[in-house]
Design a protein. Structure first.
Ligand code: TMP
Length: 213
């Protein structure tokens, strides 16, 4: 059995993570690997149901729907179901798991953006998901002007409850991601996402070189 790897893609809105997840999965399948692509929040029926709540909010409660701690608990609950029902079983059978967002999104959005402490996010992750971390986290970074252009093309029907938060919130998210990559250079690879998808994909493959035969 080949050894699977757990790779997460992270970054702000409009960074091109989903496209890169798809291109990476295709490239790994061509090399003969068993690959599972998934996303957070979501990836299992239970976690997708929590995703719909988190991104759409609840009608009739005037906007925010949950306080920052409740929101962090919901993300951690979705992750727990995802880890136990999909990610761990896939890794156990030797598959690669390519995950569009994971724990570092909670650290950046609910922590950096929402004000929870990193220690509290880590505690929720220990309780929910036994602290499982990816083998490598690819931080896809784009300049703000490019992110705005991509979002205008993608979100023609408006942004979701979290994507639609103000520029100050998203600036805190971006600087939190950047700080995480600085603090843990072995766990993160920074990927310049400003170029076209194929150029960015080449950077992603290069970042994974140590895991590839
Ligand atoms: P996206 O994956 O389609 O970008 O949408 C997910 C949204 O949820 C995005 O705005 C980031 C946000 N998010 C969090 O706030 N915390 C998390 O832990 C995760 C996984 C996502």
């Amino acid at each position: 059995m080949t050894q699977g790897r757990f790779i997460a893609l992270e970054g702000g809105e409009g960074a091109g993570k989903s496209t890169q997840a798809r291109l990476l999965a295709d490239a790994l399948r061509i090399r003969g690997f068993d690959v599972v692509t998934t996303r957070e929040p979501g990836g299992t029926p239970g976690a997708e149901a929590i995703r719909a709540l988190l991104l759409n909010g609840v009608e009739g409660d005037g906007g925010e729907s949950w306080n920052p701690r409740a929101e962090a608990l919901l993300f951690a609950a979705a992750r727990s179901d995802h880890v136990h029902r999909l990610i761990r079983p896939a890794l156990a059978r030797g598959a690669w798991v390519i995950c569009d967002r994971y724990l570092d999104s909670s650290r950046a959005y609910q922590g950096g953006g929402g004000g929870l402490s990193d220690a509290d996010i880590a505690t929720l992750h220990d309780i929910g998901s036994d602290g499982l971390l990816p083998d490598l986290t690819l931080l896809v970074e784009v300049s703000p002007a490019i992110a705005v252009q991509r979002l205008a093309l993608r979100d023609t029907e408006g942004s979701d409850r979290i994507g639609g938060r103000d520029a100050g919130y998203h600036a805190r998210v971006a600087s939190a991601f950047s700080a995480f990559a600085d603090e843990e250079p072995a766990r993160f690879a920074r990927i310049d996402g400003d170029g076209d998808p194929q150029a960015t994909h080449a950077l992603v493959v290069a970042a994974l070189a140590r895991f590839l035969p």
